[in-house]
Design a protein around this ligand. Structure first.
Ligand SMILES: Nc1ncnc2c1ncn2[C@@H]1O[C@H](COP(=O)(O)OP(=O)(O)O)[C@@H](O)[C@H]1O
Ligand SMILES: [Mg+2]
Length: 135
């Protein structure tokens, strides 16, 4: 781990994702990320944490986060230790939710729009969302 990286483990409890956003805020400010970009990172991070809370079916009910900074970007990984999901199935369910007019099914889309790079790796041992915002 580099000296200025942050590792954080949070329980899946209401509003706990806000704890994670404070880390994003201070590290973002530290590398000189402008305020609007920091807000975008916070929104994406909240969506990723809420997805872990709502959908992961993690037994430990915890999320492991890592925050890494470089002179170019802030990179956050969110790991839920749940049982994973299939992206094609998820995209189909997203369509259904939108068709029913439910105000659901926008989290993954928002994350992709708000961040510069997103990589989602999901397996039966959990989902790992890795996302970066460039300076
Ligand atoms: N961390 C996760 N673990 C398991 N499934 C997930 C996770 N994140 C997303 N998903 C799946 O992707 C779907 C779409 O997520 P999202 O776009 O945030 O919409 P919503 O959360 O409103 O359903 C979810 O309904 C779920 O099936
Ligand atoms: Mg969601």
């Amino acid at each position: 781990m580099k000296t200025d990286d942050v590792d954080l483990s949070i329980p899946m409890l209401p509003d706990m994702e806000l704890t994670a956003t404070t880390v994003a805020e201070s590290l973002g400010a530290f590398i000189g990320l402008e305020a609007t970009k920091i807000d975008e990172v916070k929104m994406a991070l909240i969506e990723a944490c809420i997805n872990a809370f709502e959908h992961s079916r993690s037994h430990e009910r915890r999320i492991d986060l890592s925050f890494k900074i470089s002179d170019k970007a802030l990179t956050i990984t969110i790991s839920d230790g749940g049982d994973g999901f299939n992206m094609d199935d998820a995209l189909r369910r997203i369509e259904e939710k939108r068709d029913k007019g439910e105000k659901r099914g926008w989290g993954l889309t928002l994350i992709a729009e708000l961040m510069d790079e997103v990589d989602i790796a999901s397996s039966p041992s959990g989902t790992l969302v890795k996302m970066s915002k460039y300076r």
